[in-house]
Every structure is written in C-alpha cells, then in structure tokens.
Ligand binder design. Structure first.
Ligand code: PA5
Length: 358
C-alpha cells in the first residue's frame, strides 16, 4: 500500500532508496551508459550486413520494448532519410511491402502483439530483424533464419530501453533509413555517466531529479513534449505509471494549446495535477514561446509547473539525458510514495488472463 502524501519520507539518499527499491531497479536505471555500450556490441554480434530498404523501417513492439523505436527516430530527426514508424498493435500498416524492414522488438519475446507483427511481416515478405532476450520470438526467428539481436537477460523490459533504442538506431542505419550513429552513441554513454553521478542516489538532495520528484510526488503529472521530446514525454508518462504506480498523462505542443489548455481551467477543482514541459535546443522557437505562455496560463490550476531542458550536444545525448532523468524521477517518486518500483503485477495478471483465454 502506498504511503499517503503526509507520510512520505522526504529523504532520497542511498539508504532511503534501498529500503523501498528492494530489487535495486536503480542499478539498472543508472546502468544506462553501460547498457548503451553493451547494446552496440550486441548489435555487432548479430553480424548484420547493410541492406537497402526503400520502404523504410517499422519498429513493432509494445511498452518498454516499443519505445526504443520512437526514441531512435527522435535521435535521427532530420537525418532520417526514409520513414521510421512504430507499430503498436496486432498488425502492420497497410503499406508494408517487401521493401520495408520490420524490426520486431520484445524483451521477453512472448508479447502477442509483437509476435503477430512478426508473422504479418513474414507473410508480406518484408525483411525481418528481431531484438529480444529470448522467448517464442527468438525461437521463431532462429527457425526462420531471421537475424536476432540479443539483449541481456534479467531486466525489467522497461529497463532495457538502451538496448531497444540502440538496436532500432543501428537497424535504421543498416537498412538505409538514416546514418550510422556509432560514435554519437559512445559520446552519449560518457555523457550519461556524468549525469548518472549528478542525479543518482549519491547526488545532491537538491539535484534536478530529486527536486522534480518531490515537486511531482503528490500530483498527477501531465507531461508535454514537442518534436524530439514528444516520445520522451511518453516515456516519462509510462515510467511514472510503471515505476511510481501513478496515473500520468502526456500531450504534445503545439497541439495541446488548441484543446488541453482549456481543460486546465477545471484542474484544481478536480484534483492535483502538475505540468512538466520538456524542452530541447531543437524545439521550434514558437513552441518555446508557447511553453512559456502555456505555463503562465495554467499555473494557477496546477500544483506545480516545470520546464525541463535536455542536456548535451548531439541529439543522441540529449534524448538519452531526458530518458535518464525521467526514469530517475519516476523511481524517486516511487520511493517517496513508499512503493516498490519494480513489480508490475497487473500487467502480468492481464497477460496471464489473455493467455488463459487462448
Ligand atoms: O514495461 C513493461 O513491462 C511492459 O511495458 C512491457 O515492455 C510490455 O508489456 C511488452 O513486453 P515485452 O517488452 O516483453 O515485449
């Protein structure tokens, strides 16, 4: 049972974190830089040779596995030369052809939507690549001669985000949908190491990650992104759901200024809502102006508002910086609320019930 806001500890040091985070999810979160490096090796171990996919890349995957494709696309930005799209359901878009590469991403290898996309891609004659730690997907791929990019075992699927992102980025480069990003990944890993020290358990009590966690812990977070930060806003939302076990919502600018901004008018009378705007050096200047104005216009109705800027030079660094920050914020909120960030029992229960149903 979660602690009520009044019972929440304010401490976010290593001891307070370990008392709640009993499976040490924190180690996997701050392990992000090492995962980036290891993921590069894992892709190399699959010994893929470049090929040409004029139809672009579809990354088929759900939840913590599917997000990698969206983050990779954000990292490539304007450098993507072909469509890179996510498939997050039981089938592929109607325009999928043999000219399309389909990367089937499932940490467990047993996610039914991703397995359905794997079969659909095979039936359409699309080129397939799999990224997984095992399961049925690995068995099928090995039987079909489809290349498998391996992922280290023993993680929560959402903690393998670097593996899924790097695999999608590298496959995009291999199939001609974007440039290869090997050296950007090395630089990003070094940068992430510094950020993990700054924001990690031994970081200052008033570091950005801990400050944000305290500011959001007793509210429903509403995360806004735009362009490169849009999939990161979604990652924050899903990590807040799964780690902190709170409802959280996401929307994108400028679209939210045409609808959601009006809903904020009633926010304070309905509950406690806090707004986070993710910002980046590449955010359109008019969107940056909108962040400033939107924040001002909703501030009275929000328990708190934050503008959070990415850190780093390259898009790979900047995207990963905000992923790390959001992952830590969600984990720290779990600690403040007294809930173990690791288990996601209801997801497992749902999958179990679906399996019973055939
Ligand atoms: O974080 C989670 O556990 C989920 O979002 C899973 O990633 C999702 O259910 C898909 O499972 P998998 O990643 O094993 O394909």
């Amino acid at each position: 049972m979660a602690a009520s806001p009044s019972e929440m500890t304010e401490r976010l040091d290593a001891e307070a974190i370990a008392a709640v985070d009993t499976s040490d999810l924190l180690a996997d979160v701050v392990g992000l830089p090492e995962h980036v490096r290891d993921a590069k090796w894992k892709v190399e171990s699959a010994q893929l040779r470049p090929w040409d996919s004029p139809g672009g890349l579809i990354v088929a995957g759900m939840g913590g596995s599917g997000i990698g494709g969206m983050l990779a696309r954000a990292m490539l930005g304007d450098h993507a030369s072909r469509p890179i799209l996510a498939a997050r359901t039981y089938g592929l878009p109607a325009w999928t052809t043999p000219d399309t590469t389909v990367l089937c991403a499932s940490y467990s290898g047993n996610t039914e939507e991703t397995l359905a996309c794997y079969e659909a891609a095979g039936a359409l004659g699309a080129r397939r690549v799999v990224v997984t730690s095992g399961g049925h997907l690995a068995e099928l791929a090995r039987a079909d001669g489809v290349p498998v990019i391996p992922v280290a075992g023993g993680f929560q699927p959402r903690a393998a985000v670097a593996y899924m992102t790097v695999a999608a980025l590298e496959v995009a480069g291999l199939c001609g949908a974007g440039p290869r990003m090997g050296s950007e990944l090395d630089v990003a890993a070094d940068h992430l190491e510094q950020l993990a020290v700054e924001w990690g358990a031994d970081g200052a009590e008033d570091c950005q990650a801990k400050t944000l966690a305290r500011g959001l812990a007793d509210s429903v977070p509403v995360i806004a992104g735009s362009g490169i930060t849009q999939p990161i806003a979604y990652r924050w939302k899903t990590q807040l759901n799964e780690n902190a076990k709170v409802p959280a919502f996401t929307h994108e600018l400028p679209e939210l200024d045409h609808n959601e901004i009006v809903g904020w008018q009633s926010a304070a009378s309905l509950g406690r809502f806090a707004a986070v705007f993710l910002d980046d050096a590449d955010t359109h200047p008019r969107v940056q102006k909108r962040i400033e104005l939107t924040r001002e216009l909703i501030a009275e109705q929000a328990t708190a508002t934050f503008v959070v800027a990415s850190r780093g030079i390259t898009a790979v660094e900047r995207v990963f910086s905000l992923v790390l920050l959001g992952d830590l914020v969600s984990l720290y909120i779990a600690v403040l609320r007294g809930v173990d960030p690791t288990p996601v029992g209801v997801i497992e229960e749902l999958k179990g019930r679906l399996a019973e149903d055939g």
